[in-house]
Design a protein around this ligand. Structure first.
Ligand SMILES: [Zn+2]
Ligand SMILES: [Zn+2]
Length: 347
């Protein structure tokens, strides 16, 4: 099969022929029809993820068709249209037993702990625990977004953020996850303040329902601007980018008893990120992380997508072939871009 492979961190990946994957006994191999380009892929390529060993094939938000099934898989057969959460759970640890597969103790992640979906085929573990059927009328490009960016945003806003209609929500960083969060929050009846450094990203945020936009290149103190725009601070705030500056701004832009949800990865050199904890104490703030979404909680989100309340299809702004993927990955620098690129490995 063809796959995007990199041998060294930060050096341009190449498209080459590699061996087709085989399913393990509890796993499947999926023919990849669409796979999104995510900032986490860029972090992995840059060497920020300790799970990756070289050479490596990135890619973790995918949809496709089951090609081959391991001997112990009971729920899936070749031809099934599927997606998968990027956190693939083991199904048997204490976290999985509690229904928290998104923080599984023995998780695998395609594109991180093993070769991912920037390829024509990808192997996935524990298929009976992790695969999610996608409706016949949903495109593969749309379904791919449910593997990472859209599901991650959904859990951050709805499950971890416990958003209520009428609340103010601040979203720091309007890449794929951030724009998804803007759409989900606006559809939930919240008033959204979107923050980004890109006018293109803010234009999309406005289109997806943001009531207010803050251009961080023109507003040095984005937290002060949010306190002003929301009449005292956001009820819920997401750092959807992942940087010490956006994390702090998210916490500092909250009102009393507000909730901060950290979604963006924080690749700090020393492994820790400063957080304004004095404010967290004084205002009784709540700080939470959010990490993917368990496969068994997908049906509620899928129904909102099917009914048209949520439109993840609108987030895709470009579609490219596998051959164009290495350049698209390299172009995904810290400045971010507007919208989401989807790779179609068979185009
Ligand atoms: Zn991702
Ligand atoms: Zn587990």
């Amino acid at each position: 099969m063809k796959a995007v492979v990199f041998e060294r961190y930060g050096e341009t990946a190449e498209v080459r022929e590699v061996a087709d994957p085989e399913p393990v006994e509890h796993g499947v191999v999926v023919r990849v029809e669409a796979t999104g380009l995510c900032r986490s892929d860029w972090h992995g390529w840059m060497g920020h993820d300790p799970d990756i060993t070289l050479p490596h094939v990135p890619g973790h938000e995918l949809a496709g068709v089951v090609e081959a099934v391991g001997a112990r898989v009971t729920g899936w057969r070749p031809g099934d249209r599927v997606t998968v959460p990027f956190v693939c759970a083991c199904g048997t640890c204490a976290a999985c037993a509690a229904g928290d597969q998104q923080v599984c103790e023995r998780q695998s992640q395609p594109g991180f702990t093993h070769w991912g979906s920037f390829a024509q085929y990808v192997a996935l573990d524990h298929a009976d625990v992790n695969l999610v059927a996608i409706p016949d009328d949903m495109s593969f490009a749309t379904a791919a977004s449910l593997g990472c960016r859209f599901a991650t945003a959904f859990r951050a806003v709805v499950q971890q953020g416990r958003l209520a209609a009428g609340e103010w929500v601040a979203v720091h960083g309007c890449g794929g996850v951030g724009l998804s969060a803007v759409m989900i929050a606006a559809a939930s009846g919240a008033r959204v303040v979107a923050v980004d450094v890109s006018t293109g990203a803010l234009d999309l945020a406005r289109k997806f329902g943001a009531a207010q936009c803050v251009d961080a290149t023109r507003t040095p103190d984005t937290a002060a601007e949010i306190l002003e725009l929301t009449g005292g601070g956001a009820h819920l705030s997401l750092d959807a980018l992942g940087s010490p500056a956006t994390c702090a701004a998210s916490v500092n832009g909250l009102r009393r008893r507000g909730r901060h949800v950290q979604v963006g990865l924080l690749p700090s050199p020393d492994g820790t990120t400063p957080v304004p904890m004095a404010r967290a104490i004084a205002l009784e703030l709540e700080l939470r992380g959010s990490h993917g979404m368990a496969a068994h909680t997908y049906p509620g989100m899928l129904e909102l997508v099917r009914s048209g309340v949520l439109r993840p299809d609108l987030l895709t702004t470009s579609t490219v072939s596998l051959d164009a993927a290495p350049a698209a990955l390299a172009a995904m620098d810290t400045a971010g871009g507007a919208g989401v690129t989807v790779i179609e490995p068979w185009s």
